[in-house]
Structure formats: C-alpha cells, structure tokens
Design a protein around this ligand. Structure first.
Ligand code: ADP
Ligand code: MG
Length: 301
C-alpha cells in the first residue's frame, strides 16, 4: 500500500512508530506536513498539492491532526476523502470527537456512562449550572482543551464560580462536570482499533494533581479492564465513528464513565506501559480494511 500520514512533526514517537510498522509490513508511508498541503477545490477534480506536486496514488491516509490545527487539518483530510483515499479515521468522526460538548451529547444519546455534565452560555446561569452538577467540588473544562490544559478543579462553590466567570470573561466555551473523586486521580486509557480493544493502561496523576494526563506528569501501567469497561470503550469509539480511538474512562462508584475519546491517541505511553505494538495493529487494520473511494461520509462536512 501507499499510505500518506498527515502530521506536522515527523520526529514524534507515534509518527516514527507508524512509519516503522508500515515499512516492516512492506508498505510505503509518506509523512505530509498538514499545513503545507495546498488544496485545489475544483468541481469534480479535487486535488492536494504538496511541495509543488499534485498528490496521487495513495491508498490510505492516516490523519494525525493536532488540536491546534483541527479546522485546516480536517479540510485537508476531507480533500483526501473526496479524492477517494481511504481515511483511517474520517473527518466527520474526528470533528465530533474534538468537541467535548458534542461528544458528551452523543454518548448520552446512546446511554453510555458519563459524569453529570452541564453547559450554559449565559454567565447569569452559573448558579444553575452548579446546581445541576450537585455543587462543589466540580471540574470545569474548556470544550476544546487537550492534554489536561484547561481542566480545573473547583473545590468550593466560591472558587468554582470564580473560575467559570474567568473563563466566560475570555469568551471560551466551557462545561462543568461532577468531580469523580473516587477515581483517585487515575483514569483508564483504552486503545480501540477496528472495534476491538488492543491495549489498556491506567494513568495516575502526579501526587499534587487530580489530572492523570501523562503530559501533566502522570504515570502509566498496564491494566486488565472489566467486561463493562471494554464494552463501554468499544461503544464509545463506535458512536463517534472512529476506527482508531483512545477512550478515556474514569472508574466511578456506579461504573465506568467516559471522559473523552481521542482520535489521534499517542502511542508512546500505551506501547511502553503495555508492551503491545499498537502501531503494528493500526497498520494491519488499514491493510484489512482500506478500500478506494469507500468513506462512509465521503468528505461531507
Ligand atoms: P484533556 O482533553 O485536557 O485531557 P480531560 O477531560 O481528559 O481533558 O481531563 C483531564 C484529566 O482530568 C482526566 O484524565 C482526569 O484524570 C481528570 N478529570 C477530568 N474530568 C474529571 C472529573 N469529572 N472527575 C474526576 N477527574 C476528572
Ligand atoms: Mg484527557
């Protein structure tokens, strides 16, 4: 196969591993810097230009689109989809998973476990939002944050209100969630490829942090998950429409609750913690599933 990978940094562990796994299995994989892809949006003949060349002949595209360039990255991916190149994860699915509020609504619609979550635009509704989630302690999140940045614990009603008001003041969208204290600064990262769990780890936050993100100093270990956790993760990936997903769950008293679903999950933490060659599983999945011109949504917005 001839595979393209949309990524900005060729030196990231995840990207190097995908290149290595593709080569080992006899495929070519070109890393294309997403921001250097130029689109020619012409009726009937959509193309992508890269360093002066029109791209052709790709069988599949692996989108590794950073959160800071979601909009442009998804436009480039849609262009590939319109050219008939099979995407590992579709643009529409990535778009859904990038918006925490939209994802939460979809999970709720499908009856998946979630922390009680509230959202309001009007600052006058702060009291109401706090009431919905049962008062402090609450977690306040930017709807488009990542790597634990923009996730704040409001320990008292007073501090929670000030945080909510501060975020509102800078005009960003936030959601407010009940704090799952019993998770004890740990979460589960369950790696789903093609509807199957291929690896799972438990991440635990640094001693003074309630956030378990590895980027925030958390540590990870391999873990055996329960059948309920497995089915929740698989269903979460499915309702997002993602073939490859890093599903994050918290162990709440009443069962697993979904934190978020990542469409470009990192490979370093999970491969090191579990010893599973996740990159190889991804390439194998592409081999078995790619089909020219077969995207469910064909680049629809
Ligand atoms: P990000 O996209 O920035 O990683 P998350 O929603 O995953 O944001 O939150 C980051 C971390 O904060 C989670 O991995 C979890 O450890 C902790 N966390 C987030 N929400 C809650 C919550 N409602 N209760 C307890 N811990 C939470
Ligand atoms: Mg997270």
């Amino acid at each position: 196969m001839k595979i393209a990978m949309l990524a900005r940094n060729a030196n990231l562990y995840s990207h190097k591993r995908l290149v290595e796994a593709a080569k080992e299995r006899g495929h070519s994989l070109d890393i294309l810097n997403t921001l250097r892809c130029t689109m020619s949006i012409t009726s009937h003949r959509p193309t992508v230009l890269y360093e002066g060349q029109t791209l052709t002949g790709y069988d599949a595209v692996i989108p590794r689109i950073g959160a800071s360039i979601t909009q442009y990255g998804l436009a480039v991916l849609r262009q590939f989809e319109m050219m008939g190149v099979w995407p590992l994860n579709e643009s529409v699915a990535i778009g859904r998973s990038r918006d925490k509020l939209r994802s939460m609504q979809i999970f709720a619609k499908h009856g998946l476990g979630l922390p009680v979550t509230a959202f309001a635009h009007d600052p006058k509704q702060t009291e109401e939002v706090m009431k919905i989630v049962g008062g402090a302690p609450v977690v306040i999140k930017l709807t488009e944050g990542t790597q634990g940045i923009g996730v704040v614990l409001g320990e008292t009603d007073k501090s929670a209100k000030s945080v909510i008001e501060a975020f509102r003041g800078v005009n960003v969208n936030i959601l407010v969630q009940e704090f799952i204290k019993e998770a004890g600064s740990s979460d589960l990262r369950i790696f789903v490829v093609g509807g199957k769990v291929v690896a799972s780890m438990m991440r635990t936050g640094a001693p003074d942090d309630f956030r378990s993100n590895l980027h925030r100093g958390g540590s990870a270990k391999s873990i055996k998950i329960t059948p309920e956790e497995r089915s929740t993760a698989v269903r979460a990936a499915k309702v997002m429409g993602l073939n490859v997903a890093g599903v994050d769950l918290l162990r709440a008293n009443h069962g697993p609750v979904i934190m978020e679903v990542n469409s470009s999950p990192g490979l370093e933490g999970i491969e090191n913690a579990t010893g599973v060659k996740v990159a190889d599983k991804i390439i194998e999945f592409i081999e078995n599933n790619y089909q020219p011109g077969k995207t469910k949504t064909r680049g629809k917005g």
